[in-house]
Design a protein around this ligand. Sequence first.
Ligand SMILES: [Zn+2]
Length: 339
Amino acid sequence: MTDHTNVISLRSGSDAARGLGRDIGRYVAVTMDIPWQVTADRLGKPPEQVIFVETVEEAWLEERLRNLPPCDTILGIGGGQAIDAAKYLAWRKGLRLVSIPTILSVNAFATPAAGIRRNHEVAYVGTASPDPLVIDYGILRTAPPELNIAGIGDLLSIHTASFDWTHAHTQGRSEYPFDPAAIAGGRRILDTLYRQLPQIRDNSDEGLMAIVEGYLDLNRICLGIGHFRIEEGSEHYLFYELEERLQRPFVHGYIIGMGILLMSRLQGNDEAGIREVMQEAGLPHHPDILGISRPDLKASLLALRSFVARRSHLWHTCINDIPITEAWADEALDGLRFG
Ligand SMILES: [Zn+2]
């Protein structure tokens, strides 16, 4: 059976990056200031070159490619952009990729395509798999703990997204063949995660690895069936609406957490249970921390159905079938904290 994980090998431990530079041949480090500061001394052997990622614009990356010294390995060190840039360079040159995520708030380290920008538009290109993916707990704990916790946002979204897919299927509106095994696999990811909530809150070794393994398991399922419908649904669509409305970035895991809470309420899908999960894990999910005002969030909720209706590429979810009334929105927002 094909194993659809994107990771070829995994090296983990409280000091897993120690001496790594001696094991990967001639390498170029692709990183940013802070990730490089916390990692450089541990690697044992210096790189041929350090590329500090300023942007993931394709033209900028191609320029770096032209000036790349001879090397065997691209070593990505950092969060989203550094890892994506490393994936891109490794893919374009056919070089070995090694990744050291220094924060778990974004899951670029676990996905095969490189998220770059082509004339300022987001594009996912190529495919590169780390060998190894290095999970160094000591390095990860140099990041703010709640930003590592934010990594569970895109795992907890299985709670609402799988509900959406099941709902679409019963309405005869699923865009893909319905796959109960994928739904059950998602359920197992949640159940496993729920057993580790205090450890996740503490950023302990076990807690950090639970987040990483959740992503690897999710990829096994989703790359296997060719889409992420068990993990992406109405909770993400509320985020897309807010992003377009407010035109600024958010910590992904926080805003997805808020979306999960609101959409699970709309779905009648154990809102209380998922709220408890987020509290126990310490995932910030209230509008106050996101800087979203009550009037903005209410307007977003009321506009949500027409927002998704205007975008034919968005999947069928509870938003299409369960009306969001003003009274519903008022009551739902009473349960949230605003700044
Ligand atoms: Zn997401």
